[in-house]
Design a protein around this ligand. Structure first.
Ligand code: HEM
Ligand SMILES: [Cu+2]
Length: 570
């Protein structure tokens, strides 16, 4: 086949709308997800700022916003959690990176179902609009927390929220529908559209992590969709699935929510790890340590994620005998994650490490996640969690898991694949400034909150100064808030870098990092349909610094020497 052969039927569609708005090209859709998640990150970040300002200086109006009352406070916390998990982390890590990279990394021309892909993005877009609108309806937005616990969410008399809660349910339902469609696409594409030679055990780990996340999501969300419908019926039709006064049980909601909610954390975490796992071998110039062990650990973590959910419910009033079994499963699940983390460290060990921005974010993410993982042991064991449950310790713990995967992982991914996305390089100096500000400020926000939690400081509280026993904790909140402002301002170098590099960045070559995986074997940015000729895969994805090789990287498309020798003999 000629090198520059592109079939006519594969030309890009003409016209702005077909090409950039309702496009079926996975790369365009990935950029749409990226844009949407970054826009929603502004909402998520701004709500974090509102919460934090209120907690540090409750007596002052918030600059750029005004005063907030106790009712608004709960609504703002709810919006922050909902936006960050469902509208930032998932679109960013699955929508943008999954969409962009799965076809490129497996050597496919697009997703298996391009139109379904288009539909999943626009369904998510609609969901985002619904959630945004819900913030401005009479009665205010949902205020029952991102977990929407019944009966708080079930009856407006508790919160005064009417429309806001219904629209929250609708927005989240649309979001679920969107990622169900997306997940089917990820899975079908990976199973069916792999290039010749791309066996399952030659897939880059990011692809493994994205499809495991998709499967975990597919399998866990069903009961919650039913639960959401039941909640809506309680609210609108007078049923009482979750209402004690009608004979229902609020505990049922907690089970349905966390049966989804815990796996959901891995839906976000796995792709975040996947990104770090692609970056680390490239910048350590070493093969991934324990490639197959990683895959089996990923699958094990995915399976185990279905049997840990009640560790969120140790103080819920469920049968206390259940607590031990859920503590055991929770400690068990740390094993596959420990394997993944140790393998990452072993990959870096004695590598020729290049601390370029993507690597800094990957290593920073690994280090901060470790703190999240280790503190998870304390909240995952019933005995200690009875004290820690519902305190700022939990808030600090889950931010130490979610933030590293979402933002350290996500930024590692942006700095690394930006040349592939946009055809230009980002600025390294700005990238490094961005990294150090993010690393220092993030830790300065949440370490004080661990300490506040250990003092017994409850979460979702509007004003510490009303409680005598919380007065000694106030300085922790002051530090956390100042650091939050630093963290948010610390994102400016990124915004500037992202925008400036789009127009002024150095033009990127096809493979600027000398990496092995297939996305680097095509132009930056890749042409419509990705590859001029379908790549043929001959080897594993991480062959760096192979002894005796002429250079320290061997692309997946490079034939084995034996094949070369036969070819030469012919
Ligand atoms: C920009 C940095 C962030 C800051 C400063 C921040 C701060 C906060 C604060 C102060 C709370 C309220 C705690 C309470 O009163 O209970 C909170 C809640 C929460 N945050 Fe963040 N957060 C940040 C990023 C994130 C990210 C990246 C995620 C997820 C991907 C996230 C997910 C959540 C969730 C799920 C809640 C719980 C909401 C609820 O209680 O219903 N946050 N955050
Ligand atoms: Cu959990």
């Amino acid at each position: 086949m000629g090198a520059a052969q592109v079939r006519d039927s594969h030309e890009q569609p003409a016209g702005f709308i077909r090409r950039y708005v309702f496009s079926t090209d996975h790369k365009v859709i990935a950029k749409q997800y990226l844009l949407l998640s970054l826009a929603m990150a502004l909402v998520g970040g701004f709500t974090a700022y509102l919460i934090r300002w209120q907690l540090a200086w409750p007596e002052t109006d918030i600059p750029g916003w005004g005063p907030i009352g106790p009712d608004n406070f709960n609504a703002i916390v709810t919006m922050h959690g909902t936006v960050m998990v469902f509208f930032v982390a998932m679109p960013f890590l699955l929508g943008a990176f999954g969409n962009f990279l799965i076809p490129l990394m497996i050597g496919a021309r697009d997703m298996a179902f391009p139109r379904l892909n288009l539909m999943s993005f626009w369904t998510l877009f609609t969901a985002s609009v619904v959630l945004t609108v819900s913030m401005f309806v009479p009665g205010g937005p949902a205020a029952a927390g991102w977990t929407s616990y019944a009966p708080l969410s079930d009856n407006y008399i508790y919160t005064g929220v009417t429309w806001g809660q219904d629209l929250w349910i609708l927005a989240v339902a649309l979001e679920f529908a969107s990622f169900l469609m997306g997940g089917i696409n990820f899975l079908t594409t990976t199973l069916n559209l792999r290039a010749p030679g791309m066996t399952l055990f030659r897939l880059p780990l990011l692809v493994w992590m994205e499809i495991t996340a998709a499967v975990v999501f597919l399998l866990s969300v069903g009961p919650l969709i039913a639960g959401a419908l039941m909640l809506l019926m309680d609210r609108k039709l007078g049923t009482s699935f979750f209402r004690p006064d009608g004979g229902g049980d609020p505990l049922l909601w907690e089970h349905l929510f966390w049966f989804f909610g815990h796996p959901e954390v891995y839906v976000v975490a796995l792709p975040g790890f996947g990104i770090m796992l692609e970056v680390i071998p490239v910048f350590a110039r070493k093969p991934i340590f324990g490639y197959r062990a990683m895959i089996w650990s990923t699958i094990a973590a995915g399976l185990l994620s279905f049997v840990v959910w009640a560790h969120h419910m140790f103080v819920s009033g469920m049968d206390p005998r259940l607590a031990t079994s859920f503590s055991v499963t929770t400690i068990l699940i740390s094993v596959p994650f420990a394997i993944i983390v140790f393998a990452m460290i072993a990959t870096v060990w004695r590598g020729s490490i290049d601390l370029a921005t993507p690597m800094l974010f990957a290593l920073g993410g690994l280090a901060t996640f470790l703190i999240g993982g280790v503190t998870g042991i304390f909240v995952g064991s019933a005995t200690t969690d009875i004290f820690l449950h519902g305190t700022y310790f939990v808030v600090a713990h889950f931010h130490y898991t979610l933030f590293p995967v979402t933002f350290f992982g996500g930024f590692a991914g942006i700095y690394y694949w930006y040349p592939k996305f946009f055809g230009r390089m980002m600025n390294e100096t700005l990238g490094k400034i961005h990294f150090y500000l993010t690393l220092v400020c993030f830790n300065a926000v949440f370490i004080p909150l661990f300490l506040a939690g250990l003092q017994g400081n409850p979460r979702r509280i509007y004003e510490m100064s009303s409680y005598d026993f919380l007065k000694p904790v106030q300085p922790m909140h002051l530090i956390a808030t100042i650091a939050t402002i630093g963290l948010l301002l610390g994102q400016l170098p990124f915004v500037i870098n992202f925008g400036y590099s789009l127009v002024r960045g150095k033009k990127a070559v096809a493979n600027p990092w000398q990496a092995n995986t297939l996305e680097w074997m095509t132009d930056s940015p890749p042409p419509h349909e990705n590859f001029r000729t379908v790549p043929i895969v001959c080897r594993d994805p991480y062959e760096y610094s192979v002894p005796g090789a002429s250079r320290d990287w061997i692309p997946q498309t490079e034939p084995e020497p034996a094949v070369l020798a036969t070819a030469a003999a012919e």
